[in-house]
Design a protein around this ligand. Structure first.
Ligand code: P5A
Length: 439
């Protein structure tokens, strides 16, 4: 993409309403614009990152055997009345009436709707287990929307729902999602720690939140330090699921609502970590909480009927955009992990209009694209300082600076955004170096 063709409305000043780095940088880098409290327009570069995160989440769900579908954002109140959640959910739910005075709502989550759908089709144990998911916008009329997309009112969630014949089978489904979450966050370049968590309005007694540690996080957390740097498990066979989950849950980790000071005191003092965290996922096993009132039951092998055991599994997809920035930035701007960067590499032309500089940039731009990369070419006629600041702000992992001085010696300057390291490379070596970083 050429910058002169793109829509990248970068701001010079930090908007006063933004108090944390991710919010400031997302506004300044032209990724989002607030339309009303907690509701955002996703501008082109913000959307690119959102889609990359969404795709990684999707791939890991698919690998875990979950099946993608799509439920609507607007739901009928009837499902929620059946489970008793219509009243219980309170003012966070946006309630709407249609022209026929029928009660609708903008979905804050989908347990009630999917249980209604599933019970209509599935009547036998032979059709279990199943795990279905979608990636869809939610609305929660949060009392205090803040920190940009981190606590929005409208936000994108991946929500999966598992259906099993009994508790043992349901715990297996839970464990499979638990492991998928570890792999998902690792691919996003994050260290997310699973912690025992409160279940709130979703319900159930087995639940973990996945949190990334950050000073600006909204949750207070307590955990064993070793959990933070554990490597992702990768592919795990069904037989090994429980052991992988146990290797995490045997170490102390809890959010403040579930914190047990006595148990935490037993963690060796040099391993105790109290910190703040950003909740980027939350998984639940809630048994028959929805299937019982909705009579979602199947025939068992011995001819009886049993209520389906369910779990639900959420990832905060739009929150992750902010979460990744909180975990990876410096004073000058964002530092994107390669897996989610909006563009792979930036080309800075320091002398737009100069034949040699223009030709070198065009050639490099074409070759990077031919190599399957996604470069952003800054071909705007701006001052050098402005170009450097803009490129640092938007945080692409590599920058290639093309200017008259280097060209005289036949080299470009290649900068690593994370380390600040610079090297002078010939055009051919530049191409080799950059493509190697993405292979
Ligand atoms: C699990 C899937 C649920 O809603 N039902 C379906 C369950 N869980 S949850 O914890 O309430 O939400 C799941 C994840 O969504 C993100 N999230 C938010 N992101 C941005 N703004 C919000 N206001 C917001 N609320 C929840 C979190 O990452 C949470 O873990």
């Amino acid at each position: 993409m050429r910058l002169t063709d793109y829509f990248l409305p970068v701001l010079k000043e930090t908007p006063a309403e933004a108090t944390i780095a991710s919010h400031q940088f997302m506004l300044r880098a032209g990724m989002v614009k607030q339309d009303s409290a907690g509701i955002y327009i996703w501008l082109p570069m913000g959307l690119k990152v959102l889609r990359k995160i969404e795709n990684i989440v999707r791939e890991e769900q698919d690998k875990a055997g979950a099946i993608e579908m799509l439920m609507p954002t607007i739901q009928s109140a009837a499902h929620w009345k059946e489970t008793g959640r219509y009243d219980a959910y309170g003012p966070e739910m946006l309630r709407i009436k249609d022209r026929g005075d029928r009660e609708l709502l903008y979905g804050p989550t989908n347990e009630d709707m999917i249980t209604d759908m599933f019970r209509g089709y599935v009547k036998s144990y032979k059709d279990l287990p199943k795990c279905l998911y979608h990636i869809q916008w939610k609305f929660r009329d949060e009392r205090r929307p803040r920190f940009g997309v981190m606590r929005g009112r409208e936000f994108l969630m991946k929500d999966a729902y598992s259906f099993d014949i009994d508790k043992d089978a349901a715990v297996k489904s839970y464990n499979r999602q638990f492991v998928a979450y570890l792999n998902t966050y690792a691919r996003l370049g994050l260290k997310a720690v699973p912690m025992r968590a409160d279940t709130g309005p979703i319900g159930g007694d087995l639940s973990h939140e996945f949190l990334i540690l950050a000073d600006t996080g909204e949750s207070e957390v307590f955990c064993h330090k070793d959990l933070v740097d554990m490597a992702a498990p990768g592919v795990v066979s069904d037989d090994d699921l429980q052991a992988v989950v146990d290797s995490r849950t045997s170490l102390y980790a809890a959010t403040d609502e579930m914190h047990d000071a006595d148990a935490f005191a037993k963690v060796p003092a040099d391993k105790q970590l109290s910190a703040r965290g950003i909740e980027v996922g939350h998984i639940f096993y809630f048994g028959t909480k929805y299937s019982e009132p909705m009579k979602a039951a199947v025939q068992t092998p011995d001819g009886k009927t049993a209520n389906i055991h369910m779990g639900s599994y959420g990832v905060g997809v739009s929150r992750l955009v902010g979460g990744i920035i909180e975990a990876s930035h410096d004073k000058d701007g964002i530092i994107w992990p390669k897996a989610v960067t909006p563009f792979d590499v930036g080309i800075i032309n320091l002398k737009v209009g100069d034949d040699a500089a223009d030709a070198a940039c065009e050639d490099l731009y074409a070759k990077l694209k031919a190599a399957g990369l996604d470069p952003l070419y800054d071909d705007r006629d701006d001052r050098g300082g402005q170009k450097f600041a803009r490129m640092d702000l938007i945080g692409l992992p590599y920058q290639i600076v093309v200017g008259p001085r280097g060209l005289k010696d036949g080299v470009f300057e290649v900068k690593d955004r994370a380390t600040g390291e610079k090297q002078s490379l010939t055009p051919a070596a530049t191409l080799d170096f950059i493509t190697a970083q993405f292979s």
